[in-house]
Write a protein that binds this ligand. Structure first.
Ligand code: PRX
Length: 652
């Protein structure tokens, strides 16, 4: 973080206590902070979900592995669908689905969703999918995606959803790491009016995924995509003739700690980490937080989390949390500015959205486009706003409150991670006095702290590392197949504590201010991308000899990727080459990882032992005065890089 950001935060003295009207009707009241840890999570475990067999032990904690709700039998899909229909809520809308092309919409009730899931689960069963069969899902943001996830969960088949914006290579890595046997994908999807060729990417990926035996292809655009005889079948073929009766495909009773899904996330090495989430604790964690933080009233609220299901936010707060709570949600396929910049506000008005959850990067995009787009629509249905994904600048927070919340809705700035599964630091909207830019307090039952290099807690005002001191129900249960990496990434830096990789400080009121990542992980538009992954993608190009990547602050995306590239001898750093390398990264990882700038340099700044000095590259990228250069092998190099960086205009 730059000093500037910290100064801005220090200067922040605006306070927003909850209104008495909001507080009076809020789901969560101040006294829940006083409930002892065990009582709190045991109580939520009994209240939020329906068990086939009750749990007998709350928590077994053998650092760094937790087991929650031991002895219980449960099924996630049963909790998300069947029990609501059995309770007479079948006619409630689960999702108002809105396609990106204007006018494509559908209201899908809990009964209809259940029927779709049962049909799909029966079809998958016929393909041989059962408890423990790993399934990959690579689909766009349509109702088919939650149907696919819930069909897997019904059968006890763990899934990994791969974000539709990832490339064929990224898909192949994930399918292979999880040893997926089946892939659920679709012909194409829409994004900003363009076609995303999902099946073509999948075909390319599958060349190197011999373990995937069956591919089911949903028809979104109905494009004529090639089908491989014996391997591929359409979604219609999968479900044709299958019963929609829940009794025809009972929910598999799962142990609390059975694997629900893996979700891959970036770390400080090139290989993405398969974050392990299991069944009962995850479901209790997301349902509890969803109800309390968003103050969900399932009978009356229309809730919209405008994330993509391919990221953890969508898993926890579009699919599993809201459905477990019998919520009515909006599910939108596309981007905020298609066909116009008021698309979101049109949706809020049409569906009378009451709760909106999005990311600071999206808020900043709306700020840039101007408040007139929101002003065209009636946003008076909104009663609560949320943000997630990166630190929110106080200006963006204020803009969100003023222009979207019409100066009256509470804002919940929620801190969490793929690894945490559920929100951990957040206001409770009827309780907490919020401050623009602060995620405020640990959720009830969560113990967080800020420590210095030696693991000692720093006092009020001091900056340090964010740690968690107690396990929580939705926490990761490891990195798939890599115990050593799990321990070293999260548990070895500070003994006995979970190290989140984020900087933070706590103010005099005990409120947390998140200061961004402290490792070599960038946060671009709320998504974590590791520097090493982008470097590896660049070095993969035949003309590149060496590459170093870092993030620089960016007004819109939080951080933008800057790459310093040394080409092979005889290669030229032309504009065409620059474009070629950016596209190469898009192919290797996905468009989100494309560097915004590439600086060609004859050499990278290195220490005498040959380590690239990223600190200096960050100074160059931020156009800051250079820090200490005395340990450089060749101090002239960095001055030359700085000159070149200034000469090269930023892309996008
Ligand atoms: O750096 C923090 C930032 O996003 C990281 C987690 O990224 P990911 O696993 O992709 O999950 C994003 C959605 C949960 C964190 O380590 N982050 C997330 N929320 C916030 C945040 N930083 C500051 N404030 C937040 N509210």
């Amino acid at each position: 973080m730059s000093d500037q950001t910290i100064e801005t935060l220090f200067a922040e003295d605006r306070r927003y206590p909850p209104s008495p009207e909001f507080a009076a009707q809020a789901n969560a009241t101040a006294d829940i902070y006083d409930v002892p840890f065990e009582d709190f999570w045991a109580g939520e475990g009994r209240k939020r979900v329906t068990w086939f067999e009750p749990f007998t032990s709350l928590l077994e904690w053998e650092l760094p592995y937790a087991k929650w709700y031991g002895g219980g039998k449960i099924n996630v899909t049963y909790n998300c669908l069947d029990r609501h229909v059995e309770a007479g809520l079948g006619d409630r809308v689960a999702y108002y689905y809105e396609g990106e092309p204007v006018g494509e919409r559908a209201a899908i009730t809990y009964s209809q969703l259940l029927e779709e899931v049962v049909k799909a689960a029966n079809g998958l069963k016929a393909l041989g999918v059962g408890k423990g069969t790993p399934v990959g899902i690579y689909m766009g943001m349509g109702p088919g995606l939650p149907v696919a996830m819930l069909a897997c969960a019904r059968l006890g088949a763990p899934h990994t959803v791969v974000f539709g914006g990832f490339s064929a290579e990224a898909l192949a890595d994930r399918l292979n790491d999880m040893r997926c046997e089946v892939l659920l994908t679709q012909d194409e999807s829409y994004r900003r009016g363009q076609i995303v060729p999902l099946k073509r990417n999948a075909d390319e990926a599958l060349v190197s995924c011999p373990g995937v035996m069956k591919v089911v292809v949903g028809q979104r655009t109905r494009a004529d995509v090639p089908m491989v005889e014996g391997r591929d079948l359409t979604w219609n073929e999968l479900v044709e003739g299958q019963s929609t009766d829940a009794g025809s495909c009972p929910c598999e009773p799962m142990d609390s700690e059975d694997l629900l899904y893996l979700l891959y996330t970036s770390g400080t090495t090139a290989k993405p980490k398969g974050i392990v989430h299991t069944t009962a604790g995850y479901l209790v964690g997301v349902a509890t937080t969803h109800s309390m933080i968003f103050d969900l009233k399932p009978e009356t609220d229309v809730y919209w989390c405008a994330a993509d299901i391919g990221w953890v936010t969508g898993h926890s707060y579009i699919v599993y949390g809201p459905l477990c709570n019998a919520a009515t949600s909006v599910l939108y396929e596309g981007v905020p500015d298609f066909p116009d910049k008021d698309r979101w506000w049109d949706l809020v008005e049409r569906y009378k959205v009451t709760i909106l959850y999005t990311a600071p990067t999206a808020i900043r995009a709306h700020m840039k486009w101007g408040p007139e787009h929101a002003a065209k629509h009636d946003l008076s249905s909104l009663r609560l706003l949320g943000t997630v994904g990166e630190p929110i600048n106080p200006e963006a927070w204020m803009w969100y409150r003023e222009h979207i919340g019409l100066d009256r809705t509470p804002i919940v700035d929620t801190w969490w991670q793929t690894e945490t599964g559920m929100v951990l630091i957040t206001p409770l909207p009827g309780v907490t006095t919020t401050k623009p830019g602060s995620a405020t307090k640990p959720f009830p039952g969560i113990e967080a702290a800020v420590v210095d290099d030696r693991g000692e807690e720093v006092g009020p005002g001091g900056g340090g590392y964010l740690v968690l001191k107690k396990p929580w129900p939705a926490m990761l249960r490891g990195i798939y197949g890599d115990d050593a990496r799990y321990r070293s990434t999260y548990w070895e830096r500070f003994s006995g504590m979970y190290f989140a990789g984020d900087g933070a400080r706590i103010d005099e009121d005990g409120d947390f201010w998140l200061l961004g990542r402290v490792d070599d992980v960038m946060n671009v538009s709320g998504h974590r991308i590791s520097t090493i992954e982008v470097e590896s993608a660049l070095v993969d190009h035949p003309s590149v000899a060496e590459a170093a990547v870092c993030g620089r602050n960016d007004a819109l995306t939080g951080q933008a990727i800057v790459a310093f590239v040394t080409l092979m001898r005889g290669e030229e750093g032309s504009v065409e080459r620059l474009e070629e390398l950016r596209n190469h990264v898009a192919v290797k990882i996905g468009p989100i990882a494309k560097p915004a700038n590439i600086v060609f340099t004859p050499e990278l700044p290195k220490t005498r032992s040959g380590k690239i000095m990223r600190r200096l590259l960050r100074d160059v990228a931020e156009d800051r005065p250079l820090g200490d250069t005395t340990t450089l092998a060749d101090p002239a190099v960095v001055a030359e890089i700085a000159d070149r960086a200034v000469a090269q205009p930023a892309d996008e």
